[in-house]
Structures are given as C-alpha cells and as structure tokens.
Design a protein around this ligand. Structure first.
Ligand SMILES: [Zn+2]
Ligand SMILES: [Zn+2]
Length: 150
C-alpha cells in the first residue's frame, strides 16, 4: 500500500488511515500481515502508528516440519527516522511492514518445545520414526570394551 502524505504534510494534527495487507517472503519465512492504523502529523512530525497481525509460515528449525504462527505487534515509527523515507510525498507501507516484521519475529521457529528433531546420523524424524543410530553407538562402546577385555 502506498500512501500519499501530501494532504497531511503541512497540516498539524491531521491524519490518514492505514489499512492494508502485506506479504513478505524471505528464505523459509512467508508472512501475511494485516495492517491497520494511521499516519499522524504530530506537531510537524509524521508518525506511523499501526497494529499488525502477521500469519507466519515457516519450517521447524529442528525437524523441518511446516509451522504456522500468528504474531501481533505494533508499528511505531517516524517518517524520516527509523530508516523510513518518502518517495516524494509517498510512503510505501510495504517497506515499513517488511522492516517491522523481521524485527518482531523469532529468528527460529520450532514446531513444539519438545521437538526431538532429526537424527544427525541418518536424518530420521525422531518425533515419528525410530532409528538405530543410538543403538549402534552403544554397540560401538561394547565393541571397544570387548577389545580391551580381549
Ligand atoms: Zn520440529
Ligand atoms: Zn538415526
């Protein structure tokens, strides 16, 4: 959503509504954000105040299972600061939301706190599959012990 701020740039106390949806993708992350709020001319400073509800689709950092999470946060930025610039008098809310989404979401998603992840040995998903890598480890130790005894 692009908003032309011209109507409020010289008019202190005036405001323009923000209502848009922004999709952001980066690597494993796919976010759809509903944004609503306003741009306010507060004593000559243009402030962006908005509520964001983002539905994030990603993958579990441990087992790679798809994960969907909803995250809510507020945008509280000032035009001319916080890395926000205008193109003439036009504000690109897409850029503002994109920036804020990546500031507010976790670096890693996991499907559940006790996700066992994938076996480093054979790649089996340890939440659903059993693998014998652990057993072999014991066998190896046994073998070493046996060697000593021999
Ligand atoms: Zn997982
Ligand atoms: Zn394994």
């Amino acid at each position: 959503m692009k908003i032309d701020l011209l109507p409020i740039i010289d008019s202190k106390g005036s405001q323009l509504p923000i209502k848009c949806q922004v999709s952001v993708s980066d690597g494993d992350i796919d976010a759809r954000s509903d944004v609503s709020g306003e741009v306010v001319n507060s004593s000559g400073t243009l402030e962006i105040k908005a509520d964001v509800k983002a539905i994030i689709k990603s993958v579990c950092a441990r087992c790679l299972k798809p994960v969907t999470e909803t995250i809510e946060f507020k945008i509280n930025d000032v035009v001319g600061e916080d890395g926000i610039t205008l193109n003439g008098t036009v504000l690109d809310m897409g850029d503002v939301v994109r920036q804020n989404v990546f500031l507010n979401i976790p670096l890693k998603f996991i499907c559940s706190e006790d996700c066992k992840g994938l076996c480093a040995g054979c790649g089996a998903n340890l939440n659903t599959d059993k693998c014998s890598c652990g057993d072999e480890e014991i066998d190896e130790r046994f073998a070493a012990l046996k060697k000593l005894l021999d």
